[in-house]
Design a protein around this ligand. Structure first.
Ligand SMILES: [Fe+2]
Length: 207
């Protein structure tokens, strides 16, 4: 058993660290790690979709990076995984990746479409424009762009717009690309329209 004086924390330092931690949130969100039985397939999909590169891999795991973080996606191989639950379950629903502006998001949509990767849901949530894909294991991946600043987003919620329609309005990326080509301002394109006549927010859901 270790001597107590070797394991006891110095009171002053411990108090300072703990007091500072009282106002701290994490510096950033670092990564997502998925278990998979098809490591190569998942690796290739994320490399394509995120324009990512492999920062480390062996026959058991793979780390993928696309920015200054060593790995944003981790994949770990297990050979006998349970299938994803079909019914709603207490699991992570989706991972979201933000692009810098609408042209980047629409360009990525076109790039992936040309490679045969198409979304299952294109939705203008209001605060974000979001294009959802499913990875080869069925995880939902949201590629998005912020439509608002945080202040505009606060105003959107305060005005009751989210209560009115918490899902959004489905959009057609090709129609938006045509509007962008015609010179329409991005803020105008992404301004969330009313629901189509006779439809409810629930009608805008795609799973
Ligand atoms: Fe999301």
């Amino acid at each position: 058993m270790a001597d107590a004086h070797l394991t006891r924390l110095p009171d002053d330092t411990a108090n300072i660290l703990q007091a500072r931690a009282g106002t701290l949130s994490p510096a950033k969100f670092a990564h997502v790690v998925c278990l998979t039985s098809q490591l190569d397939v998942m690796r290739d999909w994320y490399m394509i979709v995120l324009n990512a590169t492999v920062s480390f891999e062996n026959d058991r795991l793979c780390f993928l990076r696309y920015d200054d973080e060593h790995h944003r996606i981790g994949l770990i191989r297990y050979d006998d995984l349970q299938p994803m639950p079909a019914a709603p379950a207490a699991v992570v629903d989706h991972f979201a990746f933000t692009y810098r502006d609408l042209p980047e998001l629409l360009g990525t949509y076109l790039r992936l479409k040309a490679l045969g990767i198409t979304p299952y849901w294109t939705i203008n949530h209001g605060p974000t424009t979001s294009i959802y894909y499913k990875d080869p294991d069925g995880h939902k991946i949201e590629l998005q762009v912020d439509n608002f600043t945080n202040e505009e987003c606060d105003a959107f919620f305060a005005a009751g717009k989210y209560e009115e329609n918490p899902i959004g309005v489905i959009f057609e990326p090709e129609a938006w690309i045509r509007r962008y080509a015609d010179g329409e301002m991005v803020a105008s394109i992404t301004s969330r329209p009313a629901l189509p006549p006779g439809m409810t927010p629930h009608d805008m859901i795609r799973l």
